[in-house]
Ligand binder design. Sequence first.
Ligand SMILES: Cc1ncc(COP(=O)(O)O)c(C=O)c1O
Length: 404
Amino acid sequence: MSNSPSPQYTSRLVNRIAPSGIRRFFDLLASMEGVISLGVGEPDYVTPWSIRETAITSLEKGYTMYTSNSGMPELRQALSRYLLDKYGLSYNPDTEILITVGVSEGMDLASRAILDPGDEVIIPDPCYVAYPANVTLAGGVPVMVPTSCENNFELDIRNIETRITPKTKAIFFGSPSNPTGTVTTRESLLEIAGLARKNNLIVISDEIYSKLVYNVEHTCVPTLPGMKERTILLNGFSKAYAMTGWRIGYAAGPKEIIAAMTKIHQYTIMCAPIMSQIAAIEALKSGDSSAAEMVEDYNRRRLMMVNGLNEIGLICHEPKGAFYAFPSIVSTGFNSEDFSERLLFEEKVACVPGTAFGQCGEGFVRCCYATSMANIEEALNRIRRFVLRHTEKPAKRKAHPVKK
Ligand SMILES: Cc1ncc(COP(=O)(O)O)c(C=O)c1O
């Protein structure tokens, strides 16, 4: 008999959340060879050299200590200038910006800073795996709002409105979206903003993919009328500058909320790593041309992936941001889990079942196209073979080619 503690020893809040459905899958494939991974949502580039070199030099010079809890003043000032230049948003670097260990920490801090037990938070379904988990861990209640492929996975204002109760504290979402690649339109955001103002709600806006948009504009939520004072803007360096391993991001928002987030941060994290902060300053200074080149490449891969999936008969709406395609696999007769598992074992292609991102992800899988064109081509060949084998009559649906 095992002597390990049973769930009665672990917190009820923790027992309430499931392990990430993304990780579960990747534990499965860790032992397999020859797998093409369309799985983990991570750039396949290394961080641009100018950024790495600056960090190396900082280590050589002995920058190895703690920084201020809020983050290095130089980085906060650089971010304040960046937000002003890019969006016309004025954030005080001393009181309204906090440097975090990635957007991941920002999401946790934001949830814990604003929620009391039982407070409700509106979240789109499907969504990034951490949104409901963070809300639950903060004692809040995630209230999932269904979105659908027919509606381009946009949040429908009527669906939000019917779920607002006196306990609703916030709306938590990200645009561009992981897993759907949807870039919420300015019109939709204006409607959501109106609802937030009317019902005195906070918006936690995860804008980590803001630079990864294709032929559309990304709208930064606090730029909308009356929203700067009720939005916690979360962003970071992981995706745009290929800096996932540096674990660096930031939160910008009203000073009372940033102060509350800083309180938690100072007792749990102290500060983000100094070398990553120095690297982030350099990314803001010199990283944008490399970021733009990566985005051009992602766009080519996006077109190949989306058109390829549609040709195979896995109908895929056009993802206008991030680096994910979210095709329907309903035509194969499999559910998302079975499709993903069998594709992995039979053809060695890893994707993530849509259900990892919520119930409304059933019938879909997430394919990350942040991998080489050769990998995408081979993955599509394998998926085609798999679909033909398992579909009695190959799906004769109309493909929807995505134009450049
Ligand atoms: C939507 C979204 N938000 C946040 C994160 C976490 O970002 P970070 O590396 O900055 O913690 C991810 C990572 O995949 C993501 O997809």
